[in-house]
Write a protein that binds this ligand. Structure first.
Ligand SMILES: Cc1cc2nc3c(=O)[nH]c(=O)nc-3n(C[C@H](O)[C@H](O)[C@H](O)COP(=O)(O)OP(=O)(O)OC[C@H]3O[C@@H](n4cnc5c(N)ncnc54)[C@H](O)[C@@H]3O)c2cc1C
Length: 479
């Protein structure tokens, strides 16, 4: 398979989850592969994202559980006051990061992938340049290039970071200190997960959201129950419809809040720390994209469903892009799936990705998850495609396992096509929602209908019966 006319069959720029998967898959297919990384092997997910944040959520979740005397007392359990060591929780996250990073690097080396440390860029067609940390520049030829440069925290204008009192998730995952009162700017999944960690560890949180409502990206029914459990019942104060127009680091940190509609300054806050969780920006600068005619859209590299980089209708030959830098469902498993699809197509396949079957989860306690269409999008599509939309809800309070765990506040909303029974989407709030969503994601991926799904037997007593109940309700409504 190796082409002797090139230094490499494939050069991947960026060793995050997307780049890792592409490089490993390509090496497995017999290609000569190099991967270029300018920071830490493993990218955001391993070093500053999924891995450390889930380690912090695991530890702080245990603290929350043991500290919840009222809940434990309902089981007849009386625990002694809970003590925790912040630095050991931080160590748990840091050690996990090192382990996962080491394993990922070893896996690439074992697969025969050449790791090149430095900043990569395109150098025209089928050429890649790399500048290493010592300023040494090299040019390599390659048959194909995969751009997998990921994303970085977006910090709105007016906000000054000092990375100590005002910081992003890049620093928050290190848990270097616990501000007594912390403001979290943004109520997306990253803001919610950190609010979960901080409140479990005794911090007071103020959540600030520029849009009209807190948790604007979630399903409204899910938001209602999630707000009650994750925000209102905790030491969290919320302010929506306001922009944090100026944040000055220090002791205290000063925050100026401006009304989103009137543009008038409405409040000044003084807090101990601020976490800025206002989304992510693509890493597409300094890649010399012009050298092959790539035009980014709001910084994102445009691709088709086969991961080929495109400029309008035109396909840019031999250049592929995957992961956060493409701006599609910015999650680690999306990046990895895109990496595999890109390599399949580089090797002559015609594989496409179905973004509708990719699940997303927020690992709060309890969790939130979703897959497929939102109810609003489903309504629009139903009108356009002339089918009847079905919506059913299944409740954790009717589930024996949830009741046994005394965790029965939860809901699953299933969206389906009443004419043919096909599953269109699902939204879940409740214990282990992140695991439950997978079954529905698989059903969407396999294009299954609820009549067939309703016949599948689920283990009793498990939370998966919440899904079974939804399928059965939906099946009874199919025309
Ligand atoms: C706090 C947090 C929690 C998250 N939790 C989850 C979660 O639970 N589940 C989930 O699925 N996703 C989660 N994510 C999102 C997930 O981390 C990203 O979607 C994923 O890392 C994207 O992978 P990627 O390969 O596209 O990019 P990245 O992981 O960002 O990797 C890109 C790599 O490219 C390198 N690079 C950039 N430019 C160059 C260059 N020119 N030359 C060489 N190297 C370069 C960077 O240094 C980086 O290592 C989380 C993110 C954050 C911030």
């Amino acid at each position: 398979m190796t082409d002797p006319n090139f230094d490499f069959d494939l050069i991947v720029i960026g060793a995050g989850y997307g780049g890792f998967d592409a490089a490993k898959h390509a090496a497995g297919k017999g290609l000569k592969v190099a991967i270029i990384e300018s920071g830490d092997m493993g990218g955001t997910c391993v070093n500053k994202g999924c891995v450390p944040s889930k380690a912090l959520l695991a530890a702080s979740g245990k603290v929350r559980e043991i500290a919840n005397y009222e809940h434990l007392a309902k089981f007849g359990i009386h625990a002694s006051p809970v003590r925790f060591e912040r630095s050991k929780i931080a160590d748990h996250a840091n050690n996990l990061v090192s382990n996962v990073r080491e394993n990922l690097t070893k896996t690439l080396k074992r697969s025969g992938v050449e790791i090149i440390l430095g900043f990569g860029r395109l150098e025209g067609n089928q050429k890649v340049g790399v500048r290493d940390n010592n300023g040494i520049d090299r040019i390599f030829t390659c048959k194909n290039t995969v751009l997998a440069t990921g994303s970085s925290p977006f910090v709105p204008p007016g906000i000054t970071l000092d990375n100590r009192t005002v910081f992003t998730s890049d620093e928050a995952v290190k848990l270097e200190w616990l501000p007594r009162w912390i403001a979290i700017i943004g109520s997306g999944y990253i803001g919610l997960e950190f609010a979960d960690v901080y409140t479990a560890l005794g911090c007071e949180v103020t959540m600030i959201e520029a849009l009209e409502n807190i948790m604007p990206t979630f399903d409204p029914d899910i938001t209602k129950i999630a707000k009650k459990n994750l925000i209102q019942s905790r030491d969290i104060d919320t302010k929506s419809n306001v922009f944090a127009t100026k944040i000055t680091p220090g002791c205290p940190v000063k925050i100026e809040l401006t009304d989103a509609k009137t543009k008038e300054i409405v409040e000044n806050l003084e807090v101990d720390g601020v976490l800025v969780a206002t989304g992510r920006s693509p890493n597409s600068k300094n890649l010399n994209l012009d050298s092959v005619g790539i035009k980014t859209i709001k910084g994102y590299i445009p691709i088709d469903d086969q991961m080929r980089v495109i400029n309008g209708e035109k396909i840019i030959p031999n250049v592929w892009a995957v992961g956060d830098v493409t701006g599609k469902l910015m999650l680690a498993h999306t990046a990895a799936a895109q990496g595999t699809v890109a390599v399949e197509n580089i090797c002559g396949g015609h594989t496409e990705i179905n973004y509708r079957s990719i699940p997303a989860a927020t690992f709060t306690h309890p969790e939130i998850s979703s897959v497929g269409l939102s109810e609003n999008d489903a309504k629009e599509i139903a009108i356009k495609e002339s089918f009847t939309l079905g919506v059913v809800k299944s409740y954790f309070k009717a589930n024996s396992k949830a009741l046994a765990e005394l965790e029965s506040d939860g809901i699953l909303k299933l969206l389906f096509n009443k004419d043919n029974g096909k599953v269109l989407g699902a939204h879940i709030f409740g214990m282990h929602a992140a695991d439950l969503i997978q079954e529905i994601a698989n059903a969407i991926s396999r294009n299954q209908d609820v009549i067939q799904l309703a016949t599948e037997v689920h283990t009793h007593p498990t939370l998966s019966e919440v899904v079974e109940v939804a399928y059965k309700q939906a099946a009874s409504q199919v025309k």
